[in-house]
Ligand binder design. Structure first.
Ligand code: HEM
Length: 314
């Protein structure tokens, strides 16, 4: 994306595919006299660190994005003002399901063909921030078969990219000039009830997702239930987000999950999908996928353009 300026700004890699491997790190910030300097140092050097990885490993599809939670943003950069929709995620409580809100100051979303290179970059960042951050969550995601969620269905199909412009849906254009080129990224670490899921016949699973399992073909309108995941989250061709979900697993502990991550030009779109899932529209028509999936986290971050990131580092 740094070869594709958007309205004159260089966005971070918010329109890329999920990739083969990913590390998702959510840090909390410590109150220390060094905090601001160390974070600024990472901001100032971030594009150079990525450039180095890409120069050294040109065919590895390396990328990393960096985002800030609302509290951290206001604390670190009070003079910057705040992007329109950057706020602490307010939990969504339906009668049956809750989209929890959990803390997070800085997010790193590292993607690469080789996990070893994700690790290399994570360790560089971690060293630069040592002493001023603590780990809130780190999840390692992997591409599963032909891009499937761990529940066995292809994930990401309806992302904009073929007949719709991912920059339009993933990159902020309607805000103060310094925030244009940024993005809102929302993460939720889900855990699945795989025992219950695997007990469902494939035809029933297909009604939960709204697509056929084997070949990923969408169910017809007659076949698709109102509470299918893709019925609930499809809020129109003008309202899309860029999803880069990855499976994660602790197989020997029986833990199977999806790390949901979505970039959007406006968080309102992501939030509307979440409300449809957790509350239902009409109320009560909740997403059937939630009967098998529980979010353990839920955090919103702002991903500045490279232009703004460089400025923050000054
Ligand atoms: C579609 C999986 C959570 C938004 C899909 C599809 C799968 C899937 C398999 C069908 C293929 C595709 O078009 O990508 C999951 C899993 C989740 C999850 C395993 C975690 C439990 C979410 C959340 C949102 C969301 C939290 C929104 C906030 C969407 C959208 C579509 C979709 C917009 C495309 C709908 C359409 O056909 O227009 N998801 N998803 N998903 N999902 Fe999810």
């Amino acid at each position: 994306s740094n070869q594709n300026p958007f309205n004159g700004k260089f966005p971070q890699d918010v329109t890329k595919k999920p990739g083969e491997n990913a590390i998702f790190i959510v840090y909390g910030l410590k109150e220390s006299s060094e905090t601001l300097d160390k974070v600024k140092d990472v901001c100032a050097n971030f594009s150079a660190l990525i450039r180095s990885m890409r120069n050294r490993y040109p065919d590895m599809k390396f990328s990393c994005t960096m985002g800030f939670g609302a509290d951290a943003w206001k604390r670190l950069f009070p003079e910057q003002g705040t992007p329109k929709e950057l706020e602490t995620f307010k939990e969504i409580k339906g009668s049956k399901f809750i989209a929890v809100s959990t803390p997070g100051d800085i997010l790193f979303h590292i993607r690469c063909t080789k996990m070893g290179l994700c690790h290399e970059f994570a360790s560089i960042i971690d060293e630069k921030l040592r002493g001023v951050v603590y780990s809130i969550d780190e999840t390692h995601g992997f591409r599963y078969r032909d891009g499937r969620a761990i529940i066995g269905f292809v994930d990401g199909t309806e992302n904009p990219g073929v007949d719709a412009n991912p920059y339009h849906f993933g990159v902020i254009s309607d805000d103060a000039p310094e925030f244009v080129g940024g993005s809102y990224v929302f993460v939720q670490k889900y855990i699945h009830d795989m025992v219950a899921w695997n007990a469902l016949p494939v035809e029933e699973q297909e009604k939960v997702i709204g697509r056929h399992k084997y070949d990923d073909v969408e169910l017809s309108d007659e076949e698709k239930p109102k509470n299918a995941h893709n019925a609930v989250t499809n809020i129109g061709d003008d309202l899309k987000i860029i999803r880069d979900n990855m499976p994660w697993a602790n197989t020997s502990k029986g833990e199977y999950g999806t790390y949901f991550i979505a970039y959007a030009s406006t968080f309102t779109t992501t939030r509307q999908m979440l409300e449809n899932m957790f509350i239902g529209n009409p109320v009560g028509n909740t997403d059937h996928l939630l009967d098998f999936s529980t979010p353990l986290t839920g955090t919103l971050f702002f991903v500045p353009s490279y232009d703004l990131l460089n400025k923050l580092g000054d």
